[in-house]
Design a protein around this ligand. Structure first.
Ligand code: FUB
Length: 335
């Protein structure tokens, strides 16, 4: 009997797993890493992914993992030029909606939608990105009342930082120190409130945002927003799941390499910071999803152990996740 954690598809490099249960089977929608030969840079220029695959299984611990093949290629997406990064899929009224992040021909990340009749695709992309969308790492969450929310955003490569410019911070009276540039948050004084993920309700047809985006505020135990200098503040890779009526917002801290989580009472938050879910893995990025399947909870994530690479050749992994009686999550063991 195989023991978790387990690598999921050793024949290819997949990352940024979004795990979802459709029709009683577990599907994982990852980014598809490959060796493009692009130089490493701070904006993630080395992540030149060009297509998506979907994998599935019916037994997380022992089951065979099926790769259903390519479900969408950047050449099929009229508005997207390159860098097909993280994505997620949700079912609504018998259709499957894949929301993904990619760069347009101006070098700006947006979110796009592609639609399918089956979880394994093929997915047909919309001609334009979602209006007013920006940044990366979409996570789709359906609440018990059927409303669907999209959480997204990331710094550096995800350009979330452009939406709080140095000019804006200066107007707010923030002393940016000697070297302000586009990585504002990271050059800002440690006590500036951290930039946040965004959340937005999706339109009924799942093709647009239904409202203006909201900031996902993470508070410390004293009710104050986490600060830019806190190694546990948001950076990228939002995920939302619900457990015992509470909303669990989890995320990557990017340059400090943790997966952390916070709990709230509704999809918009605020969320109160709880702790670290997973310590840093091998590789610069860390990214995850949390799902319940056949009565057990799982954390899907990635690391760079099989490729022996530090950045862009990542492999999928899964480990069990356990809750304490008070609803907090036990830190997940990577070994
Ligand atoms: O896969 C490219 C980027 O790396 C993702 O968008 C981030 O979350 C990080 O995993």
């Amino acid at each position: 009997m195989a023991k978790l954690p387990r690598y999921l598809f050793p024949k290819d490099y997949y990352a940024d797993p979004s795990a979802n249960v459709f029709n009683g089977r577990l599907y994982v929608y990852p980014s598809h890493d490959w060796e493009a030969g692009a130089a490493f840079d701070d904006d993630g220029g080395h992540f030149q992914m060009k297509d998506y695959h979907v994998i599935s299984m019916d037994d997380v611990e022992n089951g065979e993992v099926t790769d259903h093949g390519m479900i969408l290629h950047v050449d099929q997406v009229p508005w997207a030029e390159k860098q097909m990064w993280d994505n997620d899929v949700i079912e609504k009224d018998g259709k499957y909606y894949l929301v993904f992040s990619a760069k347009d021909y101006n070098g700006v990340f947006h979110l796009g939608v592609a639609v399918a009749d089956k979880p394994e695709g093929p997915f047909v992309p919309q001609e334009h990105p979602i209006r007013s969308s920006f940044s990366i790492d979409p996570c789709l969450f359906k609440d018990d009342d059927g409303q669907i929310y999209c959480y997204f955003g990331g710094l550096w490569g995800g350009q979330l930082q452009w939406y709080k410019s140095p000019e804006k911070l200066l107007k707010e009276g923030v002393d940016l120190g000697p070297a302000p540039d586009k990585k504002t948050q990271l050059y800002a004084p440690a006590d500036v409130p951290a930039l946040s993920s965004s959340v937005v309700r999706m339109s009924d047809d799942m093709l647009q945002f239904a409202e203006a985006t909201h900031e996902v505020v993470i508070l410390d135990k004293e009710g104050k927003p986490l600060k830019a200098g806190d190694p546990h503040r948001f950076f990228e890779a939002s995920w939302m799941h619900k457990y015992n009526g509470k909303y669990y917002f989890s995320y990557s801290t990017g340059d400090s390499h943790f997966l952390c989580y916070a709990i709230g009472d509704n999809p918009y938050g605020p969320f109160t910071y709880q702790g670290v879910l997973l310590d840093p893995v091998v590789g610069w990025t860390t990214h995850h999803s949390i799902v319940e399947y056949k009565g057990e909870w799982f954390l899907f994530y990635h690391d760079c152990v099989p490729s022996n690479d530090v950045t862009h050749l990542r492999s999928l992994k899964v480990q069990r996740l356990f809750y304490n009686e008070d609803g907090t999550i036990r830190k997940v063991e990577n070994e």
